[in-house]
Design a protein around this ligand. Structure first.
Ligand SMILES: C[S@@+](CC[C@H](N)C(=O)[O-])C[C@H]1O[C@@H](n2cnc3c(N)ncnc32)[C@H](O)[C@@H]1O
Length: 218
């Protein structure tokens, strides 16, 4: 499919399914200083939706620790902090996006890495929750990273995944319902249970979000 239509006037419009990881990271790096402004200009509500969906389930906002995966410049952290969450780390392979987030003091810790089938240098059960906003898109996270996400969350903690609903069918890595099939398989194996799946209008104007919340069981 074509690149992000929303960002077609910027480098983000160069994102393509199947592109090399270093090429993808270079695009986010090059765009890190303009990203927040572009999102604001395009009424990007994904981070707010993701934070609000997690807040419905994750009780103690002052003591809960959250890892924001595919953190980018940290828009999700901004929304989580508005809701009273205080302990938030970032993971993203784009160093310049993380540098931008650091310049705004958005996270406690900044981890520059990819999530995938690789084991991250993070202990099991380190977090009360993981958020992923806009990470399951073309040229980015794939369904095979879900077990690693679950490993990082303590039993009883939550994973909140937000993306454009259309990406469930249009992104090559998710074709044939692969993302939801992988989620369901992990549920059937007892790793987690779905507590919420919502379709919400207004991810961007005229574009629906799909928001998944899972409770980790393992
Ligand atoms: C559209 S941005 C979303 C950023 C932010 N969460 C937001 O909503 O504004 C996608 C982000 O996913 C990151 N990303 C791509 N592949 C990734 C991977 N395998 N693991 C972690 N992050 C990844 C990119 O570097 C980029 O910052």
């Amino acid at each position: 499919m074509a690149g992000l239509p929303l960002f077609e006037k910027t480098d983000l419009g160069q994102l393509r399914d199947g592109m090399a990881k270093d090429e993808m990271v270079a695009i986010y790096d090059s765009f890190s200083e303009q990203y927040d402004e572009e999102c604001a200009n395009r009424d990007y509500a994904g981070p707010r939706m993701c934070a609000e969906a997690l807040a419905k389930w994750l009780g103690d906002r002052k003591t809960s620790s959250i890892l924001d995966v595919a953190a980018g410049t940290g828009l999700c952290a901004v929304e989580l902090r508005k809701l009273g969450f205080t302990s938030i780390d970032a993971l993203d392979p784009s160093q310049r996006s993380l540098d931008y987030a650091r310049s705004k003091n958005r996270y406690d810790k900044y981890i520059c890495d990819f999530i995938g089938t690789n084991r991250l240098d993070i202990d099991d059960d380190s977090y009360d929750a993981v958020t992923v906003c806009g990470g399951f898109i073309m040229a980015a996270m794939e369904p095979d990273c879900l077990p690693e996400i679950i490993r990082l969350v303590r039993p009883g903690g939550y994973v909140c995944i937000t993306t454009r609903d259309m990406y469930l069918t249009t992104v090559k890595a998710f074709s044939g319902g692969r993302l939801e099939a992988a989620m369901t398989e992990l549920q059937s194996k007892g790793f987690w249970e779905q507590v919420s799946r919502e379709l919400v209008p207004g991810y961007h104007p005229g574009i629906d979000a799909v928001i998944f919340v899972y409770r980790v069981l393992r």
